[in-house]
Design a protein around this ligand. Structure first.
Ligand code: MN
Length: 328
């Protein structure tokens, strides 16, 4: 496979030249950036006159289900191939797509648009640039490069993509370009107040109940520099909370004065514990995630450990202690 590293213009040209039908996908467990970027990409491919299907391995989280056009995002078993082109947004490897990858097996032509660091992305046309806070920003520039208007529904989806991946414009990844782009998106019809309420503020009683447990168990440890909490399958069953309700709850731990890194341990079975890591700029969350086979961003990362909660907590504590002592 020959690979070309490219930019918005290059992806626009590759999209115009590609054979349809086009399969548009993003990573498993799609987040706001993945969902918003998928919706924008699917609309763009259709706007330039090509057939497109939009597929994610896992359902769209409820907090994004109000976005215009979200019903076009399907599960792998709802879609019939074959597809002649695969477009991956917010990921750069087929292995991140889950079951969706089977719908477009190699040698199908692949375009990648991503902002996660990756030395070996998988695609013929790769636009990978970690300087972007969100793939939603890149999609906006792709619309500009394609000379396609951004309809209000796409503007709202892209606004949510940028707002979520920047933590409401609070993460260090937020740039002047992020703000210029969302300024354009608001002019194109995005509603920031609706997005803020529906994505960040609105809460179910079940989420309040699980938040209560996570806060009650928050353990400030390692000389005040780390904050750990946990949830068990019993907590989930008793409160009625589901996995998306846990998103960002651990931020409360990270926000405690003196804490550099906060971790939520979530037991999902007798031998499986997921960790969600949030950190201050002085601590690279990826140093913990990567040690256990996971990944993410400097301030937000995660991993899955094949061990019970207690063992995971011990192993992660050791790793965090090591990272707090200094660089490798
Ligand atoms: Mn992203």
């Amino acid at each position: 496979m020959t690979q070309a590293t490219t930019d918005a213009q290059g992806i626009a040209a590759a999209l115009r030249a590609c054979a349809d039908p086009v399969l548009v996908s993003a990573h498993e467990n799609p987040d706001g950036d993945a969902v918003g970027s998928l919706l924008a990409m699917c609309h763009l491919v259709r706007a330039i006159g090509k057939r497109a299907a939009c597929v994610t391995a896992d359902p769209v989280p409820d907090i994004y289900c109000w976005l215009p056009g979200v019903e076009c995002i399907q599960r792998p078993d709802e879609v019939e191939g074959p597809f002649n082109t695969l477009v991956i947004v917010d990921a750069s490897r087929r292995s991140r797509l889950g079951a969706t990858a089977d719908l477009a097996a190699p040698p199908v032509s692949t375009l990648v648009i991503d902002h996660h660091r990756d030395d070996a992305p998988e695609g013929e046309h790769v636009w990978l640039d970690p300087s972007y806070a969100a793939v939603g920003e890149m999609l906006y520039e792709l619309y500009v490069a394609s000379a396609q208007p951004v309809p209000p529904g796409v503007a709202q989806a892209l606004y949510v993509a940028v707002a979520t991946d920047t933590g409401s414009f609070r993460y260090p990844s937020t740039t002047a370009r992020s703000h210029r782009i969302v300024g354009d998106l608001i002019e194109a019809g995005a509603d920031p107040a609706a997005a803020a309420h529906r994505v960040f503020d609105a809460m179910s009683p079940e989420k309040l109940a699980i938040l209560n447990r996570v806060l009650n168990r928050m353990d400030i440890c390692l000389a005040g520099r780390a904050a750990f909490s946990y949830v068990t399958p019993e907590d989930m069953a008793e409160t009625g909370a589901d996995a998306p309700d846990l998103n960002n709850l651990i931020n409360y731990g990270r926000n405690v004065n003196g804490v550099q890194v906060a971790i939520l341990f979530r037991s999902t079975g007798p031998e499986t514990t997921k960790i969600s890591i949030r950190s201050r700029p002085e601590f690279d969350a990826r140093r913990v995630a990567a040690h256990f086979g996971g990944g993410g961003h400097p301030g937000a990362a995660g991993a899955t450990l094949e061990m019970p909660l207690e063992n995971a907590r011990e192993a992660v504590t050791e790793r965090v202690r090591h990272c707090l002592e200094g660089p490798e």
